[in-house]
Design a protein around this ligand. Sequence first.
Ligand code: PEP
Ligand code: MN
Length: 360
Amino acid sequence: MENKKELRNWIDAFGLPHPLVIAGPCSAETEDQVLKIAHQLKDTDATVLRAGIWKPRTRPGNFEGVGALGLKWLQRAKEETGMLTATEVANATHVRLALEHDIDILWIGARSTVSPFIVQEIADSLQGTDKIVLVKNPVNPDLPLWLGAVERLYSANIEKLGVIHRGFSTYEKTRYRNNPEWQIPIELQNRFPDLPLILDPSHIAGRRDIIFDLCQTALDLSYDGLMVETHFDPDNAWSDAKQQVTPDRLVQIMSDLKIRKATDTEAEYRNALGTLRTQIDVIDHQLIEMLGKRMKVADKIGALKKEKNVAILQTRRWNEILGKMILEGEQNQLSEEFVLRIFKAIHQESINHQEKILQG
Ligand code: PEP
Ligand code: MN
């Protein structure tokens, strides 16, 4: 697959003055719930109603979705509100049923994107469809796997394609349910600037209070859309209760977001600049986090040295590190002088940390 301007035809065709908004509950629960949410969303910026019908749960015993029955509810919601509908499909049967119920957007979930077999089965059963198909990132931070899934669909002559960034799972607990790893969608965007990119802040956050900030970062990175889990009674939702927002809150989020629109060359320049600056911000943030992590390891070494009563400065080890980093620096187009300066500063900070520990 190569980048082509046409990749974004389907999303441009909506002609929206703001990013495409896909909203709705994590899961369809009852017909009333689906209809009520659809009516609450109908006059907002949301164009598409989402609802999970088959829910892939990490562990059994949780609500696994209402199944095919819910597709009728989505169909009715579409008739009553004019919203488009979207749901997750994970096998050929889901695809057949979703198509029979005229679902407009089918998405492949994070747990399916990891499996080339499942993705191929879905691609084969969708062969040549004119429906919109969105591919969530795989649960693991693997860009080729994500792109591979998109390519399987593209090779099945599916033209209305896009990707959804929903974060990546980590063993370590972080402030996110799924770590955003912004550098991965940024790299995808650099390679396929015209492939529509949608943020799913809900599954990244796992909680309500940071949905807005995630959306703003995405818009600053020129994302094309947002998929936000929305429920009239989030706390009592049958799945993902902590992360859903009410339709009112979604309206507030949309009105508070700063949306950049390229209308002329000057605006395009400012947009491109803004996107690149946000990329730099993301990387700087990661640099600081990594440095913090490095210092924590240095602290542990300090504690060990204290226990064994050995000197902080071990010149041989330090020279080895420097030599390796200068070589790696060269491979990354970084001058020796720069690498030396950075590592001397890092080393000094480590020594300061360890001195504190030895004195403590
Ligand atoms: C969902 O969108 O409700 C969902 C299950 O998402 P993911 O595949 O990203 O976990
Ligand atoms: Mn969910």
